[in-house]
Structure formats: C-alpha cells, structure tokens
Design a binder for this molecule. Structure first.
Ligand SMILES: NC(=O)c1ccc[n+]([C@@H]2O[C@H](COP(=O)([O-])OP(=O)(O)OC[C@H]3O[C@@H](n4cnc5c(N)ncnc54)[C@H](O)[C@@H]3O)[C@@H](O)[C@H]2O)c1
Length: 346
C-alpha cells in the first residue's frame, strides 16, 4: 500500500513513517520542515518538502491512503495567530481531503485531539466519542471544524477517520518538550525542578507517540466498515492523570529534583478524562503498549544519556512555538509561515 503521511518530519510523523515502512508500505512524506531534525532515508520513502496549503493532484499520484498529521500542533501555537491555525489546520486539511477524494483516494486518517472535549463531563465520568465538544482554544476548535468538514465529504468512496489523540509523551527522532510529561521531565533534568504552573488538578489523558502512530496505521489499513467516518479516542483508560500525579511520577524518576506546584498560572480550564474503550475493541490491530511510568523512564534515560545534545529542554529546538517565533524573527519564515528561503536541509 502507498501511504501519504503529511507532517512526516514531526514528533509523531517520524515514528509513524518508521512504523509504516517497517510494515512494508511505500510512504510518501510531505512536510514544510519547520523544525529540521535528523535526515532519514529509506528505499520505500519518497519525501516532498512542501506546504499542505499548496498540494496539487499530481502530488497524490499512486497514493492509496493518507495519514494527515501536519498541523500547528498545540494550543500556544493557536494563540500565536488563530487565523493561521484555521488556515493550516482546518482549511488546508479540508482542501487536501477534497483533492484526495477527487483523485479517488478512499481513506483519510485525520490527527484530531482529545482536547476537543475541553472540559470534564458534568458527572465526572469518562468522555467517550459521543461526548459534547467544548473546545477552549483555536487549536481545539480547528480540530472540531475539520472533523465536521471531513464528515460532510464521507461517502461510499471516501472514508475519513478521526483519531482523537490524547496528549503525547515519549522519545522519538524529533522530540518535543512542550508537552506536559516531557516538559516536566525536562525541567527535572535541566533545572533540578519539577514546576507545575497550574494548581495541578486538571486531568489529562496521555499516550505514547508509538501508540498514536500504531493507531493511525491501523486506521489506514482497516476494513472500511470498521472505520468509515468513525472517531476513535486514542490512548488507554489507565492513562488519565491529574497533572499533580504526572509530576509525582516524574519526581520518582528524578529523586534529585524538587517538586513545586505553584498555581501561578491560575486555573487551567482544560481538563478532561477520556474513555478509550472504542479503539481498544473496535480499531482492528490497535493494542497500546506504553504505560506512563514506562514512558517517563524512557524520557529520563534519554535525558540522562545526553539526548538533548548540550541544549536545554526549553530550547527552540524542542518547543514548537519558540522554533516558529525564532524563524520569524530571523526573517526565515514570513508571517504566513511561508519560508522566505529554501527550507533548512534535514
Ligand atoms: N503531540 C500531541 O500531543 C498531539 C495530541 C493530539 C493530536 N496531535 C496532532 O497530531 C499531529 C502531529 O503532532 P506532532 O506532535 O507530531 O506535531 P509536530 O509539530 O511535531 O509535527 C507537525 C509537523 O507538521 C509540519 N507542518 C506544519 N504545518 C505544515 C504545513 N502548512 N505544511 C506542511 N507541513 C506542515 C511541521 O513541519 C511538523 O513537522 C498534529 O495534527 C497534532 O495536532 C498531537
């Protein structure tokens, strides 16, 4: 099977690409390469440097399925310029989907997010795929609106699938340290301090990047009737954690670090506990492997063994918003996040 993976140079994309190649698929990668990273080559990998806003039908030649990961990938980036999040995350995604449908690509796996639920269920129970959307950021709204737009395209020949991923953790070839688990571990290692800026009470469902990648691949190859126009929460029921509990687990992995829960950032409205039963029972082949404790151990080992390569965890290299801002300040990216010169070599 030939799979187009957009955002294949990102945190999840590199892992998804590796897994797809290991499974024997041909992969076409498309990425604007905002964040550089180690080059990777493979006989069955064709890579395009480009913007999802510019994809042409020709780029999709021979593709059987799309795993669409490219996006401005978190809340702070949405806050930078909500219009850009709409243009890239929603409008370009829907344009790509329409183009895919027009050339006969039948499967479109979309990286959505559990953040679309926004706030906890009134009864404190787990939110399943039928729960009400209460997005509290431009990023989460872009995912809600894209799911709706993709749903309108679904028909006998075109099957969108919505992967509502929990918040990712873990080590990959292009690691991020702007996500809660990795961020707390990064602070523990670099500063000897685990600093929680909220009051620690918000709930976050968590999932390892390898399990997200596995789920996306399962959705790309599943029989149509199992996934057609379906949403799946991606994670595991035993990985809904309050932030203070995440911090306590990180503290166990870094006994030399101090833990403070400051509450300085004020209340965090984002808090949601999610049910993952549907994917575990209904997404053929999906079996998440990583517990949070195992993931923290992996991140700790990465940090202790020099994985940051002399940089701090909060260097722009590892923080998506900082990387984009730095490239804009340097004039390398224009305000529309278009390169003003050839992208950095990977
Ligand atoms: N990481 C998480 O915790 C998480 C959770 C839920 C959902 N998701 C979703 O999963 C997807 C991947 O997340 P990630 O953590 O790998 O993010 P990432 O920022 O590491 O990777 C995104 C990739 O997309 C590329 N990209 C961005 N805009 C582009 C454009 N206009 N054209 C072409 N390429 C572009 C970037 O260069 C980058 O390589 C995103 O859609 C994100 O919203 C991530």
């Amino acid at each position: 099977m030939q799979i187009l993976i957009t955002g294949h140079c990102g945190y999840i994309g590199r892992v998804a690409t590796r897994q797809a190649l290991q499974a024997g698929h041909q992969v076409v990668g498309l990425d604007a390469e905002y964040f550089g990273g180690e080059p990777f080559t493979h006989a069955k990998l064709r890579q395009m440097r480009g913007d999802i806003r510019d994809v042409q039908a020709d780029d999709l030649r021979g593709v059987d399925a799309i795993i669409h990961l490219a996006a401005l990938s978190n809340d702070p980036m949405g806050a930078l310029n909500p219009g850009l999040t709409e243009a890239i995350n929603r409008d370009a995604s829907l344009r790509l989907a329409r183009l895919a449908k027009s050339v006969g690509i039948g499967r479109f796996v979309f990286a959505s997010s559990c953040s679309i639920y926004g706030v906890d269920a009134a009864d404190g129970g787990l939110l399943d795929e039928s729960a009400r959307f209460q997005p509290v950021s431009a990023y989460a709204r872009s995912k809600v609106e894209t799911e709706a737009g993709l749903g309108a395209l679904a028909d006998d020949a075109f099957s969108p699938v919505y992967m509502r991923n929990a918040t990712a953790f873990g080590v990959g070839p292009s690691p991020r340290f702007d996500l809660v688990v990795n961020n707390l571990a990064g602070g523990a290692w670099c500063d000897g301090r685990i600093l929680v800026m909220s009051d620690g009470t918000p709930w976050r469902p968590l999932v390892h990047i390898e399990d997200i990648a596995q789920a996306a691949l399962c959705a790309a190859v599943a029989p149509r009737q199992a996934v057609h126009n379906q949403a799946f929460n991606i994670g595991r029921d035993d990985a809904n954690y309050q932030v203070h509990a995440i911090a306590a687990l990180v503290a166990q992995a870094f006994p030399e670090a101090s833990l403070s829960i400051t509450g300085a950032a004020g209340p965090d409205p984002r808090s949601y506990r999610v049910s993952f039963t549907k994917a575990l029972t209904g997404l053929p082949g999906f079996a998440p492997r990583w517990t949070l404790a195992a993931g923290i151990a992996e991140v700790a080992s990465f940090l202790r063994s020099g994985g940051l390569k002399g940089l701090r965890f909060d260097d722009p290299h590892f923080i998506r918003l900082k990387a984009l801002n730095a490239a804009m300040v340097m004039g390398e990216l224009d305000p529309d996040l278009r390169w003003t010169r050839a992208p950095l070599a990977t």
